[in-house]
Structure formats: C-alpha cells, structure tokens
Design a protein around this ligand. Sequence first.
Ligand SMILES: C[S@@+](CC[C@H](N)C(=O)[O-])C[C@H]1O[C@@H](n2cnc3c(N)ncnc32)[C@H](O)[C@@H]1O
Length: 467
Amino acid sequence: MADSQLTLNELAAKITELSASLTRQLAEKNIPAPTLAADSPVKYADMTAEMFVTRQSLTDALNDMWYLSQGPSESIYNYVHNAIPDASALNVLNHFDFWSAVPLDGSASYEEIAKRTSLPQDVVYRILQHAVTLRLFAETEPGKPTSRIQHTSRSAALAKQTGLRALVSSVLDVSSAPMMLLNQALDRYSRGKSELTQEMSETAFALFHSGGTFSGKHRNSWEFLENDGEGERRGWRQKRFVEFMTYVKEIFHLEGIVLDALDWKAAGNAKLVDVGGSAGADAFMLARNFPDLTIVVQDMPKVKPVFEADVPEELKSRVSFVEHDLLQPQPVQADIFMLKLILHDYPEPEAARILRALVPALRPGNRVVLIEYIGKVADDGDGAAKGKDESKNMEGKEGAPPQALPRSIQQMGTATDLRMMALFNAKERPAESYRDIFRAADERFEVVSLKANPITFFAVIEAVWRG
Ligand SMILES: C[S@@+](CC[C@H](N)C(=O)[O-])C[C@H]1O[C@@H](n2cnc3c(N)ncnc32)[C@H](O)[C@@H]1O
C-alpha cells in the first residue's frame, strides 16, 4: 500500500515495528537508549549505518503520524502557530544560558533562574512554560505554584555540550530572523528573472541587516497591516488579515460563542458598537440573527473598503462602518460595546487605556462585553493563587492541575503567549485578569459576569457602567 494511503492504525503499527527494530539493534551493540530524563545519555552513541536508517525511517513515520493525526489543515495551522515561538523560546533559553541556571542533579525556582539570567521573573516563567511543552526543562510538580524547574534530557544535552549551545547560537540566532525575509528578498531581487540573483548584497541576510524592508516605518503590527504597500496595493495585508479572522471564526466555531455571549434577544432594539470589529463578519451574523439590533463596526481605515465590499444589501440600514482608532475617545454612544479579540494584543496599561477610551460615550447601565481567547491555563509564577483559581475555572472541576492537559494543548496557549510577548509586549491572560484591567481602567466598571470555557478556549467577560 502506498505510504500516502496509510491509516492511523497502520502507521502506528509501522512505528511499533520500527521502534522494536531500533531497540533490538541497540541492545545487540549494548548501546544505552536515551530517555527523557536529565541523566540520559546525550545521544545514541556509535550508531551503525543500519541503526541510523532505521531511526530516520521511524522519524519519517512519526512525522507522518503527526500530520495524519492533526489532519491536513490543522497540521499547517499548528505548525504556523508553534514553529516561530518554538524557535524563539529555544533562542532565548540559549542566549540567557538558562541551561546553567538549573543544576543538572537538582532543581531551581523561577526566582533563582530570574536572578541568574537577569530577566524579569514573569518573562522567565512564560518562556519556561512554553519550553516545558517542548521537553526543554520540566516542572517538578507540574502545574503547581510551588513547582521548581529541573532538566530534561534535551535541556541537559545543551547544559553539557558547549558545541550544541554554539550550534543554537550560530544557526538559530544568526539566520532565523533573516531567513524570514527570504520571501521579501526574492520578491525584491529575483521575481520575474530566470535565475536567482548572484549579488551578495541581495540576500535575505543583507536585506535584514540593511534594516529590512519595513524597518522603522511601523510602530506595531497593526500599523504594518494598515500601511504596507504602495498606491493601490496599500492595505493588502489588512485584507488578508480580515480573511484570517474569518478563518479563525470557522475553526474555533466562534459564531456560537458570539451568539451566546449575551442575551441578544433580551437586548431588544439595542445599539451595539463592535470596537475593532474587523470588516463586520460578527456584526453581519448578529444582525441576521437579531433583527432589532443596530450595529456600528469600528476599525482602521483600510478595513473600510473590505467592509463595503462585504456588507449585504439587506443589512445596510442596520450595520455601518466608522473608522475609529480604539485608543482615542469613543465618539459613538451605544447600549453595548463589544471588544472581541482586542485586549489580548495589548499590554495591561494599554488594554486599560482602550477601555477608558470608551468612558466619554458611556451612560449608566451601558454594557461592555469582552470576548477573548484564553489559551493560557495557568497563571504567572508570581501570581500563583490566581493560577489555581483559573485551573478550577478552566477545568470545570476543583483540583485538576492545568498541566494535566496534553503538552500540545498547553502549547496553543504558550505559543500565543510568546507571540504576544514578541509582537506587543503583551501576554495571554487568564480570564480573571480582565477584572483587574476593568478596575485599572475605571472603578465605575462593574464586572457582572465572567465565563471561561476550556473546550472552546474562549472567555466572555461582561461589565456594566455604573457611572
Ligand atoms: C485580532 S483582530 C479582531 C477582529 C474582530 N474583533 C474579530 O474578532 O474578528 C483585531 C482588530 O483590531 C483592529 N485594530 C487594531 N488596532 C486598532 C486601532 N488602533 N484602532 C482601531 N482598530 C484597531 C485590527 O484592524 C483588527 O481588525
């Protein structure tokens, strides 16, 4: 049977067969097999050519198993989601020599590692939360606030071998960021030509080190989406982002979450402002389901043409678009303000500022509804108690440690968390922390409901303005 037709069970059988063969070959040569624990050999010593081929065939089958078990779309989605945070976490661990901050035969607290690496403890915690999903270090008591960090075989291999550390530094640190500009370099120097440019000054590396294609022009990724491109092309990234948001809605089944976020029917002929509402997909869906709602979608200027192209004729009288910078005072009065997938892109003071910007438009009894992705199950190392509460919320039952989740599920949150750190100096927050953000924004917000769902990974937080 062709490899491409193998089922999960057939692949599993192949994996079992190949691992049995590798184990047998190792035993015949008395080669100790590595484990995942810190005292493991750092590699398969003295591999024969036959063992090498067996091991690589096993690796192929495991990769196929990963693709097959994820399915075609999610194998891409999950790769895109994790690949850069994975590489970035390893690069940070190596740069700050986390390897020697943890004893090989013992453990270290987050605080001790923070001292050794001269990094804020919260950063140490977040990097390590992702690292442990990659079996780079492990928690002594997974998920518990008292947990310390110990080595695994993979982190220990780095602690023990200068050469491996040098490899991470020389390959990953030197080439990763430039390599991500390969598309830009090819676009600029080789598109439409019959051969790759031979100019050393026209590589992705040279482009990156000349300041890259975008350097200095954009303060954050939103400005980049809005302004990249010249003339007619300007705004093309914004259009892509709108398509991406629509796809996110599909894969997370967000329609149901938005429909259930409030009792929209009871809201009657309310006016809703969807702040940062993209090109209106949520607004269209709500307007269709609740004919009494009037909705204003607010977003950046280059989103407007996408909205105008998409707005269905029959909804035009009830759904409109207003360009508005969500950091500026809210110009539209409404009964309900919805912010979906907005605040997690901002550090806490900025997130509070966004909520505070609503105040000029608010009247007593107006509602503000946040819908947020809650990928992160546990809380910060230094916010231990909150992390515990959260595990109760997210698991729906007391005492279920968050780390009992498969690492691949934890990664969904930890990878986003590192992306948030890299892009915005923001973080994936536990649902409870949105209470603090409302409080920091203005004491007159009263959070009246907070629902976090571990299955959908989304939380809905509703506040009422008591001004
Ligand atoms: C993650 S998307 C969420 C979109 C939409 N709420 C949804 O759930 O599909 C964030 C949105 O915020 C918008 N945005 C970012 N910064 C903004 C700003 N300063 N003013 C207005 N909109 C902004 C982006 O254009 C984008 O549409």
